[in-house]
Design a protein around this ligand. Structure first.
Ligand SMILES: [Zn+2]
Length: 324
């Protein structure tokens, strides 16, 4: 493997394991990330209108599985924990939640999730909720409750994410936030016109907040049904040219149980319409392609410093600023 890729801090900010608390059968496959050079992965623990109980059961299940394998994995709390894990040859693990439906009216859940290792939450998973609007629906902006949520996230040290979130809600949330705001897994709309992709104005606002945009590896968002490495490189390069390499990272969104994803898309065709590319057989960038991204950036003339920033150091900078 490429030496720069191996030595760099490699951080994939969004990966998806099956959300079945009693079925840990897919978890050993996280080794594909380690083998591909990853040092830190953020694993999704819930999304949309999934019940609170299932979010908590998933976090418990993941924490139990990784916690009992502490020789191989580190459930991290601080940014330094990630560097310690890398030095010890362990894969660092944390969690994310997509959408704030799960909060209901209860601000105290933010601290509960934080204490269970949830390092970022995004505002709205495509649809409307009490905090704000998703990117698939008419956008009514950030609510008063949403403002309270953002202040509570700042208090506990959780990162605010605007992937899956509507344009107006995202801009209002970034404006209101005192911390850097991220797009954990989103692509530029200028390269592929899809509601899940973000306009230049949102990308610029994220960068101005000090935040980072993680390029997503789903073919439907890349505008490439094959999800090739060259498409990812094209999206990275567009973002770098617009907002600078200090504000670009990776959130590949790899789904380990592709069969579950196909079933989900079949069962939810109304909210995930086929004309937007949501259909069974969707391709996603594989963990094994991570090192090809480094090779490609080198071929494109990116400096080692820029490549290290994109592979993980930018996420680390945000973590150091926001996490507590
Ligand atoms: Zn997502």
């Amino acid at each position: 493997m490429n030496q720069l890729h191996q030595s760099a801090l490699m951080w994939d900010n969004h990966v998806c394991m099956p959300l079945r608390p009693d079925d840990t059968g897919f978890l050993p496959q996280i080794e594909r990330h380690r083998a591909a050079g990853a040092d830190m992965v953020v694993i999704n623990a819930g999304f949309g209108n999934m019940p609170l109980s299932l979010h908590l059961e998933m976090l418990e299940s993941f924490r139990q599985w990784f916690g009992t394998r502490a020789d191989q994995y580190a459930l991290i709390k601080t940014a330094d924990d990630i560097l310690d894990a890398k030095a010890a040859g362990k894969l660092a693990v944390a969690f994310d939640i997509e959408g704030m439906e799960v909060l209901g009216d209860d601000l105290s859940l933010i601290e509960t999730f934080h204490d269970l290792g949830v390092k970022w939450m995004l505002i709205a998973y495509n649809e409307q909720n009490k905090v704000g609007s998703g990117c698939h629906v008419e956008d009514h902006g950030l609510s008063d409750f949403g403002c309270e949520v953002i202040r509570e996230m700042e208090r506990v040290g959780m990162v605010l994410c605007c992937s899956h979130t509507g344009y107006r809600t995202a801009l209002e949330a970034i404006e209101f936030s005192n911390n850097p705001v991220i797009l954990s897994h989103s692509n530029p709309r200028a390269l592929h016109n899809h509601p899940r992709n973000v306009p230049d104005e949102v990308m610029v606002a994220i960068a101005n907040s000090g935040g980072v945009m993680g390029i997503n590896g789903i073919g439907a968002f890349l505008g490439d049904s094959e999800a090739t490495t060259s498409s990812v490189l094209r999206h990275i390069d567009y973002a770098v040219n617009l907002i600078g390499h200090e504000h670009v990272g990776l959130g590949i969104d790899y789904v380990f149980d592709m069969e579950e994803l196909d079933d989900f898309l079949r069962d939810n065709a109304e909210t995930f319409p086929a004309q937007w590319g949501y259909k069974p057989g969707m391709q996603i960038v594989q963990p094994e392609q991570l090192s090809e991204i480094t090779d490609g950036l080198q071929d494109m003339g990116y400096t080692d410093g820029a490549i290290r920033a994109i592979l993980g150091e930018n996420w680390m900078r945000v973590a150091r600023q926001v996490w507590k």
